[in-house]
Write a protein that binds this ligand. Structure first.
Ligand code: ADE
Length: 237
């Protein structure tokens, strides 16, 4: 899967994503992460990419031309004639969640546009953006961190990126439940004992215990998710 990221800070994005599991996945050519500096596409002789907003107001706006030309260059370089899903990362978007990550992970290519300043000229957004997505109800200084969060969450769902595929299937948010507590060696640490059932070797009992723990934890920490789980279990709409 190919990720194309349009940004004013390509180094930040490249460095942030080129580590650990994603770096290995890129080496194995399961994913590719390409960054594009929007500034390289401006026709302004001073390399300017922003200007004042019509109608007044604080702050500068990213101009349409460099964003559009950057996008057009990315699209022109791809073999596909299909429209590539283009995600504008913005606090004004739909809130990102695991199901969305799963849906995006089924695409062959994705383009991300990272906003800066007070945003981006609406006209270019109208022409290129297919999805506006936020990572939560707070405002960052730019879209880069948000795009990195999304790329990470999507890339790890690409088959083969995680060594054990099971872990992507049983982790938090699958079936609207948070993951159960887990323990590793030693059996006793700070006088705390690993729950006996996990040492029993009885897989059916272990599974039942884990589900019970997941349900209890979700109910306590995320009543909103628990409600969705409960409705789904009882067949309520
Ligand atoms: N840019 C600034 N804040 C953001 C957020 N919360 N989500 C996505 N993009 C952003």
């Amino acid at each position: 899967m190919d990720f194309h990221i349009m940004t004013l800070f390509p180094d930040m994005v490249r460095d942030g994503l080129n580590t650990s599991i994603l770096a290995r996945a890129a080496q194995r050519e399961l994913i590719s992460i390409k960054t594009y500096n929007i500034r390289d596409y401006t026709l302004d002789k001073h390399k300017k990419v922003d200007d004042y907003t019509y109608g007044g107001g604080a702050g500068m706006l990213m101009q349409a031309q460099p964003v559009y030309d950057c996008y057009a260059a990315i699209v022109a370089a791809q073999r596909t004639r299909q429209r590539i899903r283009t995600i504008y990362v913005t606090p004004q978007g739909k809130t990102f969640h695991q199901e969305m990550a799963r849906e995006f992970a089924s695409e062959d290519q994705l383009i991300f546009l990272c906003g800066h300043y007070e945003g981006v000229d609406e006209r270019v957004l109208e022409e290129i953006v297919t999805d506006s997505v936020s990572i939560g109800d707070y405002v960052l200084t730019g879209g880069e961190l948000a795009a990195m969060v999304m790329v990470d969450a999507i890339a790890r769902l690409v088959p083969g990126v995680l060594n054990n595929q099971v872990s992507a299937e049983t982790e938090s948010f699958t079936d609207h439940l948070l993951e159960y507590p887990q323990y590793s060696r030693p059996e006793v640490w700070h006088d705390k004992r690993v729950p006996e059932i996990l040492l029993s070797g009885d897989h059916a009992k272990v599974d039942a215990w884990r589900l019970e723990q997941s349900v209890a934890r979700t109910k306590e920490r995320r009543p909103d998710l628990y409600e969705r789980y409960r409705k789904e279990q009882s067949g309520e709409k």
